[in-house]
Write a protein that binds this ligand. Structure first.
Ligand code: GLU
Length: 497
């Protein structure tokens, strides 16, 4: 049954896609999907000085990449803008705001204000000195027609201010319950259209939510203080009131507010670090919501099936990167081989371009490595932390080649003996379970500890102390490279001694 539920995400393209916007978009999307409603995207680009086409693209591409797709809204990924309320960019809807402002002016629910910035600044300072919260005095609220004409004589048009009615404004918030605010605390009559004719956020958001028949306004808690103004505007414009729901803020792990400076907030950065869309969606859904069961790893469809706004928490949601990495690892384990390889390739190629490794592996090579790496990847980019030594020329460093309990001479002896044991294998018997027994026998015969010899070999052939199991690593490297790397390590140790 088609539903009347219509929700939206209304990003301003004044910065890259923020995790908070992605979370809010996701909750709207899930709410619509769960109820069989409509999810739309509207670009609030009226802040012309700060809006850019690049930010717009980052936001649209990022949401689309996450799979948070809109039923109505601007075009993305080669698709055209679509929907019965187009255009979905506010700068293309300016006549609508002008018409709505005229209606409010005609009904005297708004008025022209001719106060200059200097006058307003003086007012602000006077209130500050008197320890009063900032508020417009209402100086232009009751001008006569003659007074207005006098002020417009020099061509000034004046800003348009909305008359804030006295009383209490309240709503039943889907997340927070009943919220009531005395309009005396709203800072007085507020500007809805600047003197230059550009409409402001509080106004455009209401005109568009009304025009686009938005049934539920679901957005971040930072908008709670805006909602009374919006309710007054809905009333004044005579539109049915949407239901409001304010999602908890996303906090740093220590409970402080996230900031662009201190926290990683751009979705693009998470994508660049190799988080999968599945894990990001899964994790964003948990920022304020939980299925109420132990299930952690949930796909978009499963989440949409269970999602209820009533289950959204009021308190701030702490962003726990470790949990995100864990979830990412879980999703990496679930991907089909060819899918995972296709997603890894751009990361290995980028690592080669950046000089993190000396060459990029091909598809077949990566596919063969999957059993070795899959469970060890927390991000797609971490592939080069796990097995980058396969694609890197090593420069042996004598300082790191010697295990803790060994000295250089013992290490040279250990590596030389190990090389001999390994060289006895031909490429046919170069298999993990063939290589291990002779090295263990060597350890026993010499009275060494397996951990020491294996660490010496690991450092010699990979240059790193943490790797997948040693014998699998030897197989992945191949006989020739293992022998050559041990030779180079021994030579470096000799040269240093
Ligand atoms: N453009 C506003 C923002 O990005 C939209 C807020 C709203 O959802 O009403 O914060």
């Amino acid at each position: 049954m088609p539903s009347d539920i219509r929700v939206r995400i209304a990003p301003s393209p004044t910065g890259p896609l923020h995790i908070g916007t992605a979370r809010t978009a996701l909750f709207n999307y899930l709410f619509a999907r769960h109820a069989g409603g409509t999810f739309l995207l509207r670009l609030e680009d009226t802040d012309v000085a700060r809006s850019t086409a690049a930010f717009e693209k980052d936001i649209l591409d990022g949401l689309h990449w996450l799979g948070i797709t809109w039923d109505e809204g601007p075009g993305v990924a080669g698709l055209e803008e679509a929907g019965p309320f187009a255009p979905y960019r506010q700068m293309q809807r300016l006549e609508l705001y002008a018409a709505a402002a005229d209606v409010l002016l005609a009904k005297d629910l708004a008025y022209r204000c001719y106060c200059t910035p200097e006058e307003l600044e003086a007012e602000r300072r006077a209130r500050e000195a008197a320890k009063l919260p900032p508020a417009y005095s209402g100086r232009c609220a009751n001008l006569t027609a003659d007074e207005r004409a006098a002020r417009e004589a020099d061509g000034r048009r004046g800003a348009i201010r909305f008359r804030v009615r006295p009383g209490v404004v309240g709503w039943n918030d889907l997340v927070r319950g009943r919220v009531e605010i005395d309009t005396a605390n709203l800072g007085g009559d507020f500007v809805i259209v600047r003197a230059d004719g550009t409409p402001l956020y509080h106004f455009t958001v209401v005109v568009d939510d009304a025009a686009m028949q938005i049934s539920h306004v679901i957005r971040g808690e930072d908008h709670v203080s805006n909602t009374p103004k919006h309710i007054l505007l809905f009333e004044a414009l005579g539109h049915p009131m949407p239901v409001f729901g304010h999602l908890p803020l996303i906090l740093n792990p220590d409970g402080t507010k996230m900031s662009k400076r201190k926290s990683q907030t751009a979705v693009a950065d998470y994508i660049a670090q190799g988080f999968t869309r599945e894990a990001l969606v899964n994790y964003f859904a948990f920022l304020g919501w939980s299925p109420g069961t132990e299930d952690d790893v949930l796909a978009m469809d499963e989440i949409a099936g269970r999602f209820e706004l009533e289950k959204v928490q009021k308190g701030g949601a702490r962003f726990d990167r470790e949990r995100l990495e864990w979830l990412n690892g879980q999703w990496i384990r679930r991907l089909a081989d060819d899918d995972l390889v296709a997603r890894l390739l751009p990361f290995t190629e980028a690592a080669a371009l950046a000089g993190v490794v000396d060459r990029a592996p091909g598809e077949a090579e990566l596919t063969a490595l999957l059993p070795l790496v899959r469970e060890r990847l927390s991000t797609l980019a971490s592939i080069t932390d796990v097995v980058g030594f396969l694609w890197r020329d090593l420069a042996p460093d004598p300082a790191t080649l010697v295990p803790k309990r060994w000295d250089p001479a013992t290490t040279i002896g250990g590596l030389t003996a190990a090389r001999e044991a390994l060289a006895a294998h031909d490429p046919v018997t170069w298999e993990a379970d063939e290589l291990e027994p002779p090295l263990r026998a060597l350890v026993g015969a010499r009275g060494w500890k397996a951990g020491d010899l294996f660490m010496a070999i690991r450092m010699a052939v990979t240059g790193q102390a943490a790797t997948p199991p040693l014998f699998d690593v030897l197989v992945a490297l191949g006989r020739e490279r293992v022998l050559a790397r041990i030779d180079a390590a021994v030579a470096a140790l000799r040269a240093a001694g």
